[in-house]
Design a protein around this ligand. Structure first.
Ligand code: PEP
Ligand code: MG
Length: 931
């Protein structure tokens, strides 16, 4: 039986099959097939990678190498060159490329095919010894580090020494002799570190390189990256290997290499954006080793090539209908495109390009919605520097990824991780970053580098994460070992606070105040398109008029959860709440409640005014009542302190006599002060303040102890409290309905909804419903106006799900409180689970997500689906939503759309994300699988 085909030339590979050929490979095939100038090459498929990684036998299968050899022969025919030929040598690059782009996470080897013979042949051919040794020393280093795991530092140290000896400041300053010396020295490093010489057989080089690229799929940084970005096997499984004829940007001043975006990935502006370096190889740009020039200067440097680059940009966008991030090389005046992929952009750029591309006819509105991951909109929440803040700029680098951040300096990724785990905000400061630093990116607020351009590793990775980054800030000298940096004469140490502004490139000493971002007009347009498509409505959880105003601004079409207990937190309200709790008689309690009522009523009125007739769901008091009282331990220690104070006051009156005995001179010195202090203290004693306070605190302590519960979250809270203290709920119901009545009288519009928490039986609802009816009648009579309202319930108890049919007889609407419902379904206490065992559960794959962040659709979701079905059997088309924290998460939203909820309600800043996610859920509903 013939071996499975795993090698595909760029001419024959299926450009639409990224899973098989990887994104890079598929695009190389696509570009070749539409006639773009791609150097000839072939792809080894991801299937070959999985086969290699899964096989017990070491090494590549003979059948794979046979196909590789045959493809090499074809390549030799196409190029007229030969691998290992001492006359006209063929050099190739060996690059990784999985179905999902994972920039810099896997390995690449360039200039493969060079050995002593081919190097000589190439010198003869090109008459450019410098170029050949430059390429050769790169191969030895890359091959050494990638295939043989030699540390980069081993080569870097040697290279720095050679540069120093020869008085060369940069790599470019080294002449042919210098680079030859470097090549020889690298060979020695290679032999010393591996025990064998650098392999001269090009096929051996090739085989080892292919294996190394396959191995890098399981390398730590690639595995970390996939975990962080939730790249599952369905999305990308294994890497392909792309073998491509080398073209050289380092062949002299008519050669160059660069990285470009078809549009600006920071702003979305429709202009070619990128950087290039004359006489350099691609890795110099990406690794940020030298600071490149902005692409517009190429127009002057190479006026013939620049228009070709512009044409390439348009062809790429027309074909891919997406912003492209491409690499190019100009070899002796001829342009080549070496790879392209969809551009990673920040949210602002994504949105602007979406709107522009729809206007240009390149995309339609649906494409525009689908090309943005809803979660990206969170970047609009990144703060920027307060323009009114006065701060002196310490240095300026390149604005590599927008947004501002402050934090304590750390000089390496490991320290960043350690400090962040301790809860510190850190800024990672490095000369340049490498893919190995990825964990430091996750841990940092922002990144500052002293070298590298806007397409350096630091810049690209930070942008994709939406983290602020300033790169190429050459004014900083970093001393990694001493953990210090000198910027414009100021020495900064690890732990010192700096602020970076990735929008301007500025760096400041200390913390500079920041402000919340404003919505851009383009986002509003996009969200309107999303609203037209979405079926789920998006509401917000907001408890104060300020939060409600924010929710409305972000486009919430109602308040799905107003937690009334949060309205008691202001300093002037809390003491009244405490009075209510401590009351000895019903009358005293009513007195306190009467004083709370106006506060609540006014807040509700303001909320109704802001929402202007949109639904406002007010949830009656939920948490256990002792949450409003101080903790018992706190009271005990305060009482002890007060008693101590009493003793101290008494002791103070004897202090002058005691001092006289001990040190009369000291007494003389302070006699006047002591005298006046004692007068003050005896006045205090006379007022008996401490006694009074101690008594009050003791009463409070007694109450706190009597209210204490073993498991308060499963105790006396929610509707249970409303039934035992009916006057509390009565006050809240009255406040809602009176606020509605007053608003209506003033000509406003209202849609109040009263929601009962923690319900588990219809009987509980009946009790509350009775008060609601009574108060409603009373309010309508008093205000002489009809007050519309809805009565409904939270569903956050498993029994309520099971009794949904009965509960729906009384409840006009339901809202899943998935915070509690998740606790109840898993029997996990959220507070304990999240910092004790859940992280480990996620790490070990016992649970895929934290169910308190992303809804557990298999368990909690199943309960919800049953509830919806039973509730709507009783009440057709019943309004049912969700207001737990998970409701703002796109995956949860997708599920909520699937079970036909009416709305999701999330925190105000997540409203835009939810609006986009609701549209995406509708547009991708056919692909949803619920297992
Ligand atoms: C819930 O349980 O999901 C909910 C919204 O209520 P809370 O978080 O206030 O308990
Ligand atoms: Mg709850």
């Amino acid at each position: 039986m013939a071996a499975k085909k795993v090698v595909f030339s760029f001419e024959e590979g299926d450009a639409s099959n990224k899973k098989l050929l990887g994104g890079k490979g598929a695009n190389l095939c696509g570009m070749t097939q539409i006639g773009l100038p791609v150097p000839p090459g072939f792809v080894i498929s991801t299937e070959a990678c999985l086969d290699y990684l899964g096989s017990k036998k070491k090494g590549l299968k003979a059948t794979v190498m046979e196909q590789v050899r045959s493809a090499m022969v074809d390549l030799e025919k196409k190029t007229g060159k030969g691998l290992g030929s001492a006359k006209n040598p063929l050099l190739v690059s060996v690059r990784s490329g999985a179905a999902m782009s994972m920039p810099g996470m896997m390995d690449t080897i360039l200039n493969l095919g060079l050995n002593e013979d081919t190097a000589k042949a190439l010198i003869k051919q090109t008459k450019n010894e410098r170029f050949v040794y430059d390429a050769y020393r790169r191969l030895v280093q890359l091959f050494g580090s990638v295939c043989m795991s030699i540390r980069d530092e081993a080569f870097d140290e040697v290279f720095s020494r050679i540069k120093k000896d020869r008085g060369a400041e940069t790599d470019i300053d080294l002449d042919a002799d210098g680079l030859k010396e470097a090549t020889d020295a690298f060979m020695e490093v290679f032999e010393k570190e591996t025990g064998s010489p650098f392999p001269q057989d090009p096929y051996m080089q090739l085989e080892k390189a292919i294996q190394a690229v396959f191995d890098s799929w399981m390398g730590k940084r690639a595995v970390d990256y996939r975990r962080e970005f939730n790249i599952t096997k369905d999305m990308a499984n294994g890497t392909a290997v792309n073998i491509c004829t080398m073209v050289f940007g380092n062949m002299g001043d008519d050669s160059a290499t660069g990285v470009a975006f078809t549009r600006n990935p920071g702003t979305g502006e429709n202009r070619l954006y990128g950087e290039y370096m004359i006489n350099a190889q691609g890795e110099d740009v990406v690794a940020g080793i030298r600071t490149p020039k902005p692409i517009r200067e190429l127009r002057r440097d190479m006026p013939k090539v620049y228009p070709e680059l512009e044409e390439l940009r348009h062809t790429l966008e027309d074909y891919y209908q997406e912003v492209q991030d491409f690499e190019f090389t100009i070899e002796k005046g001829k342009l080549y495109c070496l790879q392209t992929r969809n551009g990673k952009m920040n949210a602002a750029a994504f949105i602007r390009t979406s709107i522009d591309m729809v206007n240009e006819g390149l995309l339609n509105e649906v494409d525009a919605i689908l090309r943005i991951q809803p979660e990206m909109l969170a970047q609009f929440l990144h703060p920027s520097l307060d323009p009114n803040a006065k701060a002196d700029v310490l240095a300026q680098g390149l604005p590599a990824s927008p947004g501002a951040a402050s934090g304590r300096i750390v000089f390496d990724a490991d320290r960043a991780e350690i400090k962040a785990k301790l809860g510190e905000k850190v800024i990672l400061v490095r000369e340049e970053t490498k893919p190995d630093d990825i964990h430091g990116f996750f841990a940092s607020q922002g990144i500052l580098t002293s070298r590298g351009g806007k397409t350096s590793h630091a810049a690209v990775v930070a942008r994709s994460m939406g983290k602020p980054c300033v790169s190429g800030c050459e004014a900083i000298q970093i001393n990694q070992h001493a953990k210090e940096a000198v910027i414009s004469g100021v020495t900064l140490h690890e732990g010192d606070v700096i602020t970076i502004d990735g929008t301007t490139g500025n760096v400041f000493q200390g913390q500079v105040p920041t402000i919340e971002p404003e919505f851009v007009e383009d986002l509003l347009v996009l969200l309107e398109w999303a609203d037209d498509v979405a079926e789920l409505k998006v509401m917000a959880n907001a408890d104060t008029p300020e939060a409600v105003a924010k929710a409305r601004k972000y486009g919430a079409v109602g308040i799905g959860l107003c937690r009334t207990e949060r309205m008691f937190n202001q300093p002037e309200r809390l003491p009244i709440v405490q009075e209510m709790i401590l009351a000895d008689s019903g009358e005293e309690r009513k007195n306190a409640l009467d004083r709370l009522l106006p506060f609540q009523r006014e807040d509700f009125k303001e909320i109704f005014r802001i929402m202007d007739g949109l639904p406002v769901t007010v949830r009656l008091l939920d948490p256990p009542i002792h949450e409003f009282l101080p903790a018992a331990e706190e009271l005990v220690s305060e009482i002890e302190n007060l008693r101590e104070l009493r003793k101290t006051v008494e002791g103070m009156s004897a202090l002058p006599d005691t001092l006289k005995l001990l040190d009369p001179e000291l007494l003389n010195k302070y006699a006047a002060n002591l005298e006046s202090l004692n007068v003050g203290l005896s006045e205090l004693k006379g007022k008996h303040l401490a006694e009074e306070l101690v008594n009050n605190k003791e009463v409070m302590l007694q109450k706190v102890r009597s209210l204490a519960e073993t498991n308060p979250m499963l105790g006396h809270r929610g509707v249970r409290l409303g039934i035992t203290y009916p006057e509390i709920y009565a006050m809240q119901i009255r406040a809602v309905l009176e606020a509605a009545a007053e608003t209506l009288q003033e000509g406003g519009k209202v849609s109040p909804e009263i929601m009962v928490p923690q319900v588990c039986t219809q009987q509980e609802l009946k009790w509350v419903h009775r008060y609601v009816e009574e108060i409603h009648q009373d309010v309508e009579k008093t205000f002489k106006i009809k007050v519309p309202f809805k009565f409904g319930t939270m569903i956050e108890v498993v029994r309520a799900c099971m009794r949904a049919g009965r509960i729906a007889e009384l409840a006009e609407f339901m809202s899943f409180g998935t915070n509690d419902l998740t606790q109840a379904t898993f029997s996990f206490s959220r507070e304990d689970a999240e910092n004790k065992f859940l992280p480990l559960y996620n790490e070990r794959g016992i649970l895929q997500h934290n169910p308190f962040e992303i809804l557990d659709i298999k368990g909690v979701g199943r309960l919800m689906a049953i509830t919806v079905e039973w509730a709507r059997k009783t009440r057709k088309g019943m309004k049912i939503g969700i207001c737990g924290e998970q409701a703002g998460h796109p995956e949860t939203i997708r599920f909520c759309h699937h079970i036909d909820l009416s709305y999701v309600s999330c925190s105000p800043p997540r409203v835009p994300i939810a609006r986009l996610a609701a549209a995406t859920a509708k547009l991708t509903e056919k692909e949803f699988v619920w297992v």
